[in-house]
Structures are given as structure tokens and as C-alpha cells.
Design a protein. Structure first.
Length: 202
């Protein structure tokens, strides 16, 4: 009878420890899942910035190709970029709604692109009318290059911000993984100790 009581009393801590292990593992798994979601989010933001920059480059490439060759087929990437730019900027803005700095960057990019598309369209209008490159067209191309340089700079700052956030998020995820391992080792050691004590008491 006494042996049954000792086994029962020794079993209670084991059950409690196993419940604690289960709770800790669920808690750590939820934290790890959340940190992994933030890591994925950073990659999505960086991808959206690459897409926006690609739109700008396609518009500029299409315009310059047309101005140099006068072939309408060169305008295809220009018109495609013009059509997708707002959508791609909206995606970047939506993905970064939790980040005030990136929201400001999205607004800056929108203004820059509005100005850039205006200059590109002006260049196309001037280029279509001229046989040789006029001084105004060359000035617009130079202005376009300056705007594109600014665009690259703003996108680079956005990428740097996301890389910084990504590094923080990866470190947070690693800390959770480390805590999971430590908790599992500690709880296992305690469970073994309780079982040894229970065995000794029998």
C-alpha cells in the first residue's frame, strides 16, 4: 500500500513536468512561427522594392530604346511599366503599413515616379517630333537620369531598412530556437531526476 502511494506521489511531479514541457513547447513553437512570419515578411517587402525598381528601369529602357531607334516595339516595356507601377507601389505600401519610415519612403517613391513618368512622356513627345535629338530632349534625358538616380537611392534605403529588420528578426527567431532547446534539455533533466528519486524511494 505504501509502495503504491509512493509511486502515485512520484508520478504527480512527472505528470506536472510533462504538462509543463507540453506548454513550453507549444509556447515556443508559436513564438517561432511568429518570428518566421516576420522573416518571410521582410523578404516580401524586399521583393516588392525590386519589382518597383524594375518597373522604373523598364519605363526608362523602353523610352530610351524608342528615342534611339524610333521603333514602336521599344515602347512595350514603357507602357507595361506605366500600367503596373501604381499596383506595385500599392503592394509595397500595403506590406509596410506597420513601418512609418517605409510608408514615408513609399510616398516619396510615388512622387518620384509621378515626376519620372511625366518627364518620360515629355521626352517621348519631343522625341517623336524631332529627327535628331534636340537640346530639350537631351536635357529631359539628363533630368530623367537624375530622377532615376534618386529612385535608386530611395529604393536602396528601403532595402537597407528591410535588411536591418530581417537581421533583427532572424536573431529573434534564433533566440527562440535556443530557448526551445534549453527548455527541452532542462525539463528532460528534471524529469529524469524525478524518476530517479521516485525509483530510489521505492
Amino acid at each position: 500500500m505504501r509502495a503504491n502511494r509512493v509511486i502515485f506521489l512520484g508520478g504527480i511531479p512527472v505528470v506536472l513536468i510533462l504538462a509543463l514541457v507540453a506548454f513550453a513547447l507549444v509556447k515556443f513553437a508559436a513564438g517561432e512561427r511568429e518570428e518566421q512570419a516576420w522573416v518571410t515578411h521582410s523578404y516580401e517587402v524586399m521583393d516588392s522594392l525590386h519589382t518597383v525598381l524594375g518597373d522604373a528601369l523598364n519605363a526608362e529602357t523602353g523610352q530610351r530604346g524608342y528615342l534611339l531607334t524610333r521603333k514602336p516595339s521599344y515602347l512595350k516595356p514603357f507602357y507595361a511599366a506605366q500600367a503596373s507601377l501604381d499596383r506595385d507601389l500599392d503592394r509595397f505600401e500595403h506590406l509596410t503599413r506597420d513601418n512609418r519610415d517605409q510608408q514615408k519612403r513609399a510616398a516619396d517613391l510615388r512622387k518620384i515616379f509621378d515626376e519620372r513618368m511625366r518627364v518620360l512622356n515629355q521626352g517621348l513627345a519631343l522625341g517623336s517630333a524631332a529627327v535628331a535629338a534636340s537640346p530639350q530632349l537631351i536635357a529631359l534625358l539628363d533630368q530623367g537620369k537624375a530622377v532615376m538616380d534618386t529612385t535608386r537611392s530611395v529604393v536602396a534605403m528601403g532595402m537597407a531598412e528591410e535588411r536591418r529588420l530581417l537581421q533583427e528578426r532572424v536573431q529573434a527567431r534564433r533566440a527562440i530556437e535556443k530557448n526551445e532547446i534549453l527548455a527541452a534539455v532542462l525539463v528532460t533533466a528534471i524529469a529524469i531526476l524525478v524518476l530517479l528519486i521516485a525509483a530510489f524511494l521505492l
